[in-house]
Design a protein around this ligand. Structure first.
Ligand SMILES: Cc1ncc(COP(=O)(O)O)c(C=O)c1O
Length: 367
């Protein structure tokens, strides 16, 4: 499906894939008319992602463009219940807008389904991630979706970490999926893009209006690159997830590692839930706490060579960073937590690089 969805109709000498269409203005009489409302390159990407997620997709200029458009559909003063461990900028945005009176906000421990259900009393919207960034907490999506439905709240799930190759939130009762398509969907660290997917036509139309009115629209070139990347999603994910499980297993017995947070490990707190929800693997994001505190964790990140010291994630190249280096990161993220986005390199090369950097970190930390 990732390879074929969103192709133009077969026609002699027609292209296999929709090329980037650079146009602000279209001849009158069609459904698009103007480049802030539609573009054939968007449609190709949206058809492909919609087919993969099981709904209708809308492309956005960035993941944050997608996230804020969904939140903007809420009435003023609506109660949002959101995972405290969410992507830091999502949480900071919610906190800032709540302080400004736009929403009311209840932050919750999303792993604790009972506590979330209680917090949902009076809520208009539940915000979760499939697997939280960066603690790798796995949310019980079917139970959370049911609890939200019970109180009439819209359930929204950021599925950036898992992708539809691993987990389709709409299948579990979630109303709206959002993506930073910048990450695994595009897969090559060369594009910033977002998406919203829902199977509910009214919700889709409400978000589409936000896109047209606020104007967080995707460039045709970015969408074309994203669709090109999406074509290999399965191949990349298979390789990256196998690498991630291998590295997580090796890290879990390394003397410099206090704790590995990866739901694919049998002794991980979220392994059973992840096994019930995920297919094909457990994602390619591995977080771990380094012996020796923030200094040792920082030393590790600056000592790798093949593994790139950089933020962001989901590329074919592995990246690593200490998340608390960012001021907006949650205090529930340990200072010594390192988040690694595992890519598609040869796993022995990755391990050699990691092991060498851990040796340097040990020396620096005096551990
Ligand atoms: C889980 C998650 N959601 C959303 C975003 C925001 O996406 P973007 O950077 O494309 O705006 C990020 C970015 O890192 C993320 O990790």
């Amino acid at each position: 499906m990732a390879i074929t969805a969103g192709r133009p109709p077969k026609a002699p000498d027609g292209p296999l894939n929709e090329p980037p269409v650079f146009a602000s203005t279209f001849h009158a009489g069609g459904p698009v008319a103007y480049g802030r409302d539609g573009n054939p390159t968007w449609t190709a990407f949206e058809d492909a992602l919609g087919a993969l997620e099981g709904g209708s997709a809308l492309a956005f200029a960035s993941g944050m463009g997608a996230i804020t458009a969904v939140l903007e559909t809420l009435p003023v003063g609506a109660l949002v219940v959101a995972a405290e461990q969410s992507y830091s900028i999502t949480r900071v945005f919610l906190e800032e807008r709540a302080a400004a009176g736009r929403f009311r906000l209840r932050l919750v421990d999303i792993g604790d389904t009972t506590a979330v259900s209680v917090a949902l009393d009076g809520a208009a919207l539940l915000w979760t991630e499939t697997v939280t960034n960066p603690l790798n907490v796995v949310a019980d999506l079917p139970a959370l979706a049911a609890a939200a439905k019970l109180v009439g709240a819209t359930s929204v799930c950021d599925a950036t970490f898992s992708t539809p190759y691993v987990l389709r939130p709409l299948d579990h009762g979630i109303d709206i999926v959002v993506h930073s398509a910048t990450k695994f969907l595009s897969g090559h660290s060369d594009v910033v893009l977002g998406a919203v997917v829902t199977a509910d036509p009214a919700r889709c139309e409400a978000v589409r209006r936000m896109r047209s009115h606020y104007g967080a629209i995707a460039g045709p070139m970015e969408v074309w690159l994203a669709l090109r990347g999406l074509r290999t999603l399965g191949v990349r994910m298979d390789r990256a997830m196998a690498n991630a499980l291998d590295l997580a297993t090796r890290l879990s017995t390394h003397a410099m590692i206090e704790r590995v947070r990866y739901p694919g490990l049998p002794n991980d707190r979220w392994h059973d839930r992840a096994t019930a929800l995920m297919r094909r693997g457990f994602g390619a994001m591995v977080s771990f706490d380094v012996v020796g505190g923030a200094g040792a964790a920082e030393a590790l990140c600056t000592s790798t060579d093949l593994i790139v010291h950089a933020t962001s994630l989901g590329g074919i190249e592995s990246t690593i960073e200490r998340r608390r280096r960012w001021p907006g990161e949650s205090r529930s993220t340990p200072e010594n937590l390192v988040r690694m986005s595992v890519g598609c390199e040869a796993v022995e090369d990755l391990w050699a690089d990691l092991d060498h950097a851990l040796t340097i970190a040990r020396r620096i930390a005096g551990a």
